[in-house]
Design a protein around this ligand. Structure first.
Ligand SMILES: Nc1nc2c(ncn2[C@@H]2O[C@H](COP(=O)(O)OP(=O)(O)O)[C@@H](O)[C@H]2O)c(=O)[nH]1
Ligand SMILES: [Mg+2]
Length: 698
């Protein structure tokens, strides 16, 4: 389908000029000074010219691409556009806009080239002015084309959304014969119906469903019998639709002649436009049969219509929009004819061969010869018969007695009784109970009588739903007792196994000799100490966890080794520890106390004895050298968890990140391309009278 509504509005020439120029202003640099280097000045103005060129190309290009190309769209729409807006005019306007675009491209190129030879800021400025001015002049010259295109766009958007490829009924005929009335009857459309000719001035489309598929019905303006050249735009729309749409044609013929044209004239029209009906399902619809029934039509007219229809291979039907007699018949017949012809066309085409091997028609075979008639219960049959006779279902005597018995026993009896009464087909409903016991608002339904419980008297137990602010059901556990027992057993076992204290206490009690007693007391003390120690440990652990710092894995945590520790470790291994300090220097150093650089490196805390023999022996020269290649300024030693192996790795990472940011930082600086508003309201533009001249300073 074509979406003509998607075409963007075409601005008027002066609006276009305004938008493009102000966009160039906004998007390009605003500050230039004559003392700038000339290449910079040229670049400044070239940018403006190039920007103007691209903006114009964008705007005009959009117009050219938005409008439908007559060669690309369905011939029906191409012809309709020709009829409505004149094909030549349309193409010319679009061609002009396209031409303007090309000229502007050429101007842009020329002037950019000219700007390369601009030798002063003043001259460059004038070249730019000339370029922008010429571009605007080109557009201004095609003012008329732009206005015409805008008118076309507005009209295009309102064209009916006719799909040229779908199932379509096309209604045509003389004016005033009842075409629009028929359309209103069979579709959801609402076309104006008036008793004068040419009420319908353009094509109208409505939709209806037949055989579960949507159909499109097109109402056309009336056609008069005259040569094609003499037809006006309104009639030509009908002709276009007739010529290009592969639809079922309904030719309306007013047999009452109240439309102001004789049957003869209408048949002549039919003959003259007959070529348009070729190879389409065709029906002649005799209308207004309420005024002139077909049966009383004189024989001459009947013969005329029959002859006309026979010539063109059309079928004849009749309808009346007033009595609605035949309306649906006409529609359905036309739809069927069209379906048949579409199917024939498809069969004749080559596509069917491609898909035919994929189609399987299933013919279900009967499983056996048994007859399976539908079963209607006797009670239903009786009810239906009573319904048909318009009387209430009679209730025989024993049925009524059973109902009364069930009603009296219902509330007291258990489910068994209720079930038995149900099997008898009479059941006391809640609504009956309600009616008996005071009606709506008084009766309160007893829900608990339907509870599914193991024992009958549990039904009336009081069970709170919410207790202490908690839903009881959340805590219901049918196996709670067995679980509790298991838990208690487990606890007892644990207690017996681990309670040293208990064992000690029992030993104390059982002790007889003083020696045994002393041992038992010691055991009891030890148990107490262990308990105390355990409490302390758990508290420490809790404190450790509360420090809220990243936790290093144990494997890493154990790795750090102090320098004295290293030396001691080496000595235990029987190695020389004198070089230990030098080796350890490469390892991360955590400084304490003053953060800044000191002139000489003091030994770390606790280093004195084993570290100093390395450090103190060195001369000043050596210390200086070491300092010079030691720590990069401002880089702290890597901390645990930072992820760096050593200081070198960290400083390399920092350097590389700075290098990576360098470009971004230099590009992010403010430059001449940034919009700059020195003074928000320059005095010369906002004060004093301006009786003469304009403030248009572009
Ligand atoms: N008596 C009668 N009048 C009709 C019938 N159909 C349409 N009309 C009248 O004919 C006039 C023209 O109808 P309209 O649908 O506008 O015809 P169109 O010009 O072919 O679209 C209106 O005044 C209708 O009320 C019909 O079946 N019987
Ligand atoms: Mg009409």
């Amino acid at each position: 389908m074509y979406d003509f509504k998607a075409v963007k509005p075409v601005a008027k020439a002066h609006e276009l000029i305004d938008t493009v120029l102000s966009r160039v202003m906004r998007k390009s640099a605003t500050q230039i000074h004559p003392q700038f280097h000339i290449t910079r000045v040229r670049e400044f103005y070239m940018t403006k010219v190039r920007l103007a060129q691209t903006f114009w190309e964008e705007k005009l290009g959009q117009i050219v691409t938005d409008f439908p190309r007559l060669d690309d769209i369905h011939p029906f729409y191409a012809d309709l556009i020709n009829v409505l807006y004149d094909r030549d005019h349309y193409k010319l306007a679009l061609g002009q806009v396209n031409g303007a675009k090309n000229i502007i491209t050429a101007i842009g190129k020329d002037y950019v080239r000219a700007l390369k030879y601009g030798d002063t800021a003043f001259r460059c400025k004038h070249i730019k002015r000339a370029a922008l001015g010429r571009m605007c002049t080109v557009v201004r010259k095609h003012k008329a084309a732009l206005e015409y295109l805008e008118e076309v766009r507005k009209h295009l958007a309102r064209l009916p959304a006719i799909n040229p490829n779908t199932r379509t009924l096309l209604v045509c005929g003389f004016p005033n014969v009842g075409k629009s009335s028929f359309m209103n009857k069979v579709t959801n459309a609402d076309v104006d119906v008036q008793p004068y000719a040419f009420t319908t001035k353009s094509l109208f489309v409505g939709h209806c469903d037949y055989r579960y598929v949507p159909w499109q019905v097109i109402d056309t303006p009336g056609i008069l019998d005259k040569p094609l050249e003499a037809r006006n735009t309104i009639e030509m729309q009908s002709i276009t639709a007739l010529a290009h749409l592969q639809a079922a044609i309904l030719f309306f013929l007013d047999i009452s002649e109240t439309c102001g044209h004789s049957i003869q004239a209408q048949c002549d029209l039919f003959d003259s436009i007959k070529p348009l009906f070729a190879r389409k399902p065709l029906t002649i619809v005799c209308t207004k049969t309420d005024l002139q029934p077909m049966s009383t039509l004189d024989d001459a007219s009947k013969a005329l219509i029959a002859a006309t229809a026979k010539d063109a291979g059309a079928s004849i039907t009749s309808l009346s929009n007033v009595t609605e007699e035949g309306v649906m018949v006409v529609r359905n017949e036309a739809c069927d004819q069209l379906l048949a012809s579409r199917t024939d066309a498809k069969k004749a085409g080559s596509r069917l061969a491609e898909v035919s091997h994929r189609l399987v028609v299933t013919m279900p075979k009967p499983r056996d010869t048994r007859a399976r008639p539908s079963h209607i219960p006797a009670s239903v049959a009786r009810a239906r018969a009573a319904d048909a006779a318009g009387e209430d279902l009679p209730m025989d005597a024993d049925e009524a007695a059973a109902a009364a018995a069930a009603a009296s026993s219902h509330s007291a009896a258990g489910p068994a009784a209720a079930a038995s009464s149900r099997t008898e087909g009479i059941r006391k409903l809640e609504v009956d109970l309600e009616r008996e016991q005071g009606g709506v608002g008084v009766y309160s339904a007893d829900m608990s009588k339907n509870y599914l419980l193991d024992e009958e008297d549990w039904k009336r137990d009081v069970m709170p739903e919410i207790m202490d602010g908690r839903n009881v059901v959340d805590y219901v556990d049918p196996e709670i007792l067995t679980r509790l027992e298991a838990l208690e057993a487990e606890e007892a076992a644990l207690e017996a196994r681990y309670s040293r204290e208990a064992a000690a206490a029992s030993a104390l009690e059982a002790a007889k000799t003083p020696l045994e007693r002393a041992e038992a007391i010691a055991e009891a003390r030890l148990a107490k100490a262990v308990r105390g120690q355990r409490a302390v440990r758990s508290m420490q652990s809790r404190l450790r966890q509360a420090t809220n710092s990243a936790v290093m894995p144990k494997t890493v945590r154990g790795r750090a080794m102090t320098r004295p520790g290293l030396a001691a470790h080496l000595e235990t291994l029987g190695m020389d520890a004198s070089g230990a300090a030098a080796v350890a220097k490469a390892a991360p150093v955590r400084r304490q106390g003053k953060r800044g650089r000191s002139t000489d490196r003091r030994p770390e805390d606790g280093e004195g004895a084993d570290g100093s023999d390395v450090e103190m022996d060195e001369g000043v020269e050596r210390a200086k050298r070491r300092r010079s290649k030691s720590v990069m300024k401002g880089v702290a030693a890597p901390q645990e968890g930072e992820g760096f192996r050593d200081l070198e790795m960290k400083s390399r990472a920092i350097k590389s990140s700075r290098r990576a940011q360098k470009k971004m930082q230099s590009e992010g600086r403010k430059g001449e391309g940034d919009r700059f508003i020195g003074t928000k309201m320059p005095k010369h533009l906002f004060s004093g009278k301006r009786g003469i001249g304009t403030t248009d300073w572009r």
